[in-house]
Each structure stands twice: as C-alpha cells, then as structure tokens.
Design a protein around this ligand. Structure first.
Ligand code: 5GP
Ligand code: ZN
Length: 113
C-alpha cells in the first residue's frame, strides 16, 4: 500500500491519534502549522474532495462532525479554529488522500497564500 494516509489508517505507520472510529481517524500533523494541527481522514481511500462521489456525502459530513468533536475535546472550540481541505494542485494538496486540517491555538491570518 503506497498511500501514506491509508498506512496510518491501517496502523502501519505510527501517528499521534486523537480520535478514531469505524469511518475516520484523526491524528496530529507531523509538521504542525499552529499549536493545534490535526488531520481528519476517512479510513477508505478517497483521492480528494473533488474525487469524492455522492455515495460519500455522509462520510464527508462525518469528517466535519469529527473536526467539531476533536476541537471540543482539545479545548479549542471556544476560541475558534480553522478547517481546511486543500484540493488538487492549485489547492495545495500534497497528500492524495482526502483530509481535513484542524488548525487552532493562535489567531490565523487571512487570506491564505
Ligand atoms: P496537504 O498539503 O495535502 O493539505 O496536507 C498534508 C499534510 O499531511 C501536511 O500538513 C503534512 O505535514 C502532513 N503529513 C504528511 N505526511 C505525514 C505523516 O506521515 N504523518 C503525519 N502525521 N502527517 C503527515
Ligand atoms: Zn489513501
């Protein structure tokens, strides 16, 4: 299996997991861009948001619900956070397995680069 996030989902590569269930895994980003930087991925391999299908609509919703849950669990919900899904080349996606970033713990600038 060549996809690095599939390997994390299968426990073949270690990650600092903060939450998981039968559909998603949430773990700390290896190169954090904020004091809290967590990635939420589906267990199933989905290349990107653009490549997802209507059969995966509930899964997409569950990814956002997981972000909300993890933000509360890590104590950043009150101050706020940013949820980012980089998609494709122009979107800056570097890992070809759908993931939502949860960034928090400091005021975040806007617009992004
Ligand atoms: P993208 O640029 O595709 O939106 O985000 C990919 C993210 O995955 C980056 O923030 C990068 O630091 C993170 N990442 C890449 N490889 C690994 C890894 O092996 N473990 C973890 N925990 N994060 C990774
Ligand atoms: Zn994958």
């Amino acid at each position: 299996m060549s996809c690095i996030f599939c390997r994390i989902a299968h426990g073949e590569i270690p990650a600092r997991v903060v939450f998981q269930d039968d559909r998603v895994v949430a773990f700390h980003d290896v190169s954090p861009q904020a004091p809290v930087h967590v990635l939420v991925i589906p267990r199933v391999h989905v290349e990107s948001l653009a490549a997802s299908t209507s059969e995966q609509d509930a899964l997409l919703g569950h990814i956002l619900v997981t972000v909300r849950h993890v933000a509360r669990a890590l104590g950043v919900a009150e101050n706020g956070y940013r949820t980012v899904i980089n998609t494709g080349f122009d979107g800056g996606q570097s890992v070809g397995h759908l993931h939502a970033h949860l960034l928090a713990g400091r005021p975040l600038g806007w617009p992004p680069g």
